[in-house]
Design a protein around this ligand. Structure first.
Ligand code: HEM
Length: 390
């Protein structure tokens, strides 16, 4: 019997899925592969097949399960008891406890504040020297400041949180480095939340403490872990979409001009770029809890299914030209775990892309795109540094 091929984790081009993943997609059934670690997995790359897995409660998202790969390698305790790792009723309860903080209405209220943060970052960028690194000046601080303010984490600690969360998502970091980053993050959040217990503040964490106490269900450990998940999920992802979107605007001046002329185009552009980049492509991985038949294959209980979302989001049969901007892409996942922060992310991206097109009309990369360091070494795709001029 021939050995299963190794699944390639990197993409060669920001705009196109890995060619191997496209072949898996075209096979139109789950394909046996192995991870670079040697672990056998099923790879699924069809849009319909991925949605079927993500909506099926016979597949578990529990990252504590033996052998659950990727973002949790070497991070056994990190996601324990956070909603992203829970199944069924336990997941529903954890998600609904905080879902009210991320509704369309709630995010609309945050809009003026997000707008101010974006323009403050751009003021500083424009006042500084050229070329400048757009990642440091804009892509990282915007979502980081937004989520810190929302949670009630002092922004003065943002560098601390930023460096730790980047380390925990780097494939090149060793397991001890990742674990240390996680432990430091959890310890800092524990201290902060203990302080807030004495005088609950008017922010997400303060509200969770008050609500938890009213319901008689407050547990500090659970809140520390929730804060950890929101902090990490809330800025790494959006930051990468900001830098990739800025690259796109810099490479397509006509697109930037169209957005400048008509900012109402922003939501469509955001949706299109979310789909084209599908940056969190390996995050929605699942383990079968019982035998499941999918497109002619039997996935046995205990087997891991890796969902190649970027290849699915580039399927011309699903996303032909006229359907561009459709919201049924997989950039935010699908099913019960579909991204809780998606309205917040969309709003941040709309504001940032419009502000870039308007305030930096001459935006361009200061180095050729082939010299940029793309995050082929991280769980979430993006650019490490993006030197720009204008
Ligand atoms: C879940 C992507 C921004 C919070 C997810 C999932 C994906 C994703 C693919 C599904 C994971 C799974 O099925 O296992 C993204 C992308 C973002 C983004 C591409 C930015 C462009 C945010 C923001 C927040 C956030 C701003 C907010 C604070 C979460 C949370 C979950 C999640 C809490 C877990 C939901 C659950 O398990 O029910 N995200 N995300 N994300 N995201 Fe996001």
């Amino acid at each position: 019997m021939t050995a299963a091929p190794e699944l390639e984790l990197a993409r060669a081009c920001p705009y196109r899925p890995n060619a191997q993943h496209v072949r898996v997609r075209d096979a139109a059934r789950p394909v046996r592969m192995r991870l670079p670690s040697g672990m056998p997995v099923w790879a699924v790359a069809g849009h319909r097949g991925i949605r079927a897995v993500l909506a099926d409660d016979r597949f578990s998202a529990d990252r504590q399960r033996q052998g659950f790969p990727f973002a949790v390698d070497g991070q056994p305790g990190a996601f324990r008891r956070t909603m992203i790792s829970m199944d069924g009723a336990e997941h529903r309860a954890a998600r609904s406890a905080v879902a009210g903080e991320f509704t369309v209405r709630r995010v609309r209220q945050l809009r003026p504040r997000i707008d101010r943060i974006v323009h403050e970052c751009l003021d500083a960028l424009l006042a500084g020297p050229k070329p400048a690194d757009l990642v440091r000046a804009l892509a990282l601080p915007v979502p980081s400041r937004v989520i810190c303010e929302q949670l009630g984490v002092p922004y003065s600690d943002h560098d601390f949180f930023q460096t730790r969360s980047t380390t925990m998502l780097l494939r090149t970091a060793t397991a001890p480095q990742r674990l240390r980053a996680i432990d430091e993050l959890l310890a800092a959040l524990e201290t902060l939340i203990a302080e807030k217990e004495a005088a609950p503040s008017e922010d997400l964490l303060g509200r969770q403490i008050r609500k938890g106490r009213e319901d008689g269900e407050y547990r500090r450990t659970a809140l520390v872990r929730m804060a950890f998940l929101l902090l990490v999920a809330g800025h790494e992802t959006t930051a990468n979409m900001i830098s990739l979107g800025a690259l796109n605007l810099a490479e397509r001046p006509l697109l930037a001009a169209a957005l400048r002329a008509d900012p109402a185009r922003a939501p469509l552009l955001v949706e299109e770029l979310l789909r084209r980049f599908t940056i969190a492509e390996f995050i929605p991985t699942r383990v079968a809890t019982e035998d499941v038949h999918l497109d002619g294959e039997r996935i046995a209980a205990g087997e891991v299914v890796v969902l190649l979302c970027n290849a699915a989001d580039h399927d011309p049969a699903v996303f032909p030209g006229p359907r561009r901007g459709a919201r049924d892409h997989l950039a935010f996942g699908h099913g019960p775990h579909q991204c809780l922060g998606q309205q917040l992310a969309r709003t941040e991206l709309e504001i940032v892309y419009t502000a870039l097109a308007t305030r930096l009309p001459g935006l361009r990369a200061a180095v050729p795109a082939r010299r940029l360091r793309f995050k082929t070494d991280a769980e979430i795709y993006g650019i490490h540094e993006f030197p720009v001029t204008w």
